[in-house]
Design a protein around this ligand. Structure first.
Ligand code: NAP
Length: 317
């Protein structure tokens, strides 16, 4: 597929960061013919070259400032901690009337770090596609990543509703369902649905790895007992997740406090042999899985639809 499309909802889209999410946006935009042209910048020459070779962008720029010149849509697809410095760099080079958005997994910090650098006449609509895999880099993206997944937009109160509506239409054209909410609410919801689950996965994988009496080979050999599913989540990019926890500290600590209280409740029930309590709590949790399947957010097939030996690549988190 050509990296340059005729017409589209935006004339010139600048992707800053071309990893899993940036490359998937390019695939989805080209699938739908949504952009006149897609240009981009990434930190390394290797990623810029790969993005050109794959046709993800038609022109690669060595700086973010050059990439955004003349763009009517700029999408920051870099780790949350990098967004502030990039916003400071691109601010003076943004075209009047351009929409600036991002895909970061935390929204309050993006509003805080990016907003102040955007000049008057530029529309700021932070966003977060709730879709991903444990893979990174420009070769890991695919066009259907956002299909039937939610994308949350968190425009500050002063943002022109027409800009939010235009970005909403773009995400819908890329296959997503869109919801608009405040950055604060987003960060609280995502702390429990995404951030704390990742922290638990990182922690349990390391706990198992550090066990002295269970050799590495036993941890791997018997991993299908449940551990394996945690290892998939724990394989996610360390830079991205470091930035998530540094930038959503309050909401994560609040949810971790609740989680710890509930864990201690379970611990007591096990210690004192409270069978009814354990059965009731496990039954309640099982119902949540049914809700996820009914909402179309995962497959009802056993074992997440894995075939024997199949690669789970492409599965949404
Ligand atoms: P990724 O695959 O690791 O790609 C990150 C991209 O950002 C790379 O192209 C990297 O360039 C570039 N980059 C990093 N720092 C930069 C800087 N200072 N200046 C310019 N480019 C820079 O990451 P990703 O998974 O696409 O994640 C990107 C964003 O999406 C993050 O904010 C994350 O929170 C959010 N998000 C991720 C997921 C997920 O499941 N992965 C889901 C939803 C949202 P190089 O390759 O040259 O280093």
């Amino acid at each position: 597929m050509s990296s340059v499309q005729k017409g589209g909802m935006f004339q010139r889209v600048a992707l800053i960061g071309i990893g899993l999410i940036g490359s998937s946006i390019s695939h989805a935009m080209r699938r739908g013919g949504l952009a006149g042209s897609i240009v981009g910048h990434a930190k390394s020459v290797a990623t810029r070259d790969t993005a050109l070779r794959l046709g993800l962008i038609s022109t690669a720029y060595a700086s973010a400032a050059e990439a955004v010149a003349g763009a009517d849509l700029v999408i920051l697809c870099v780790p949350v901690g990098a967004c502030g410095a990039i916003a400071a760099e691109i601010g003076p080079h943004l075209a009047k009337g351009a929409i600036v958005t991002d895909v970061g997994s935390v929204k309050g910090a993006i509003v805080r770090d990016v907003g102040p650098h955007l000049p008057a006449g530029v529309h700021f609509v932070p966003g977060h596609p709730i879709a991903g895999t444990e893979y990174s880099g420009p070769e890991s993206g695919f066009a259907s990543l956002f299909d039937n997944r939610w994308c949350v937009l968190t425009p500050p109160p002063e943002t022109d509703p027409a800009a939010t509506a235009k970005l909403k239409a773009l995400w819908e054209a890329m296959g997503s369902n869109v919801e608009v909410m405040t950055a604060e609410h987003h960060d609280m919801v995502l702390a429990i649905t995404s951030h704390v689950p990742h922290l638990i996965a990182f922690n349990i994988v390391n706990t198992a790895a550090h066990l002295e009496r269970v050799t590495d080979s036993e941890v791997i050999k018997f991993s299908a007992g449940g551990f394996r599913d945690f290892t998939r989540i724990a394989a996610s990019d360390p830079t991205m997740w470091r930035d998530v926890f540094l930038n959503n500290k309050e909401a994560v600590l609040e949810m971790l406090g609740r989680f710890t209280e509930d864990l201690i409740h379970l611990q007591r029930a096990i210690r004192y042999g409270e069978a009814d309590t354990l059965f009731r709590l496990f039954g309640e949790a099982r119902e949540v899985r049914k809700g996820v399947i009914q909402a179309g957010q995962d497959t009802a097939a056993p074992n997440f639809g894995r075939e024997a030996g199949a690669d789970a690549r492409g599965k949404a988190k």
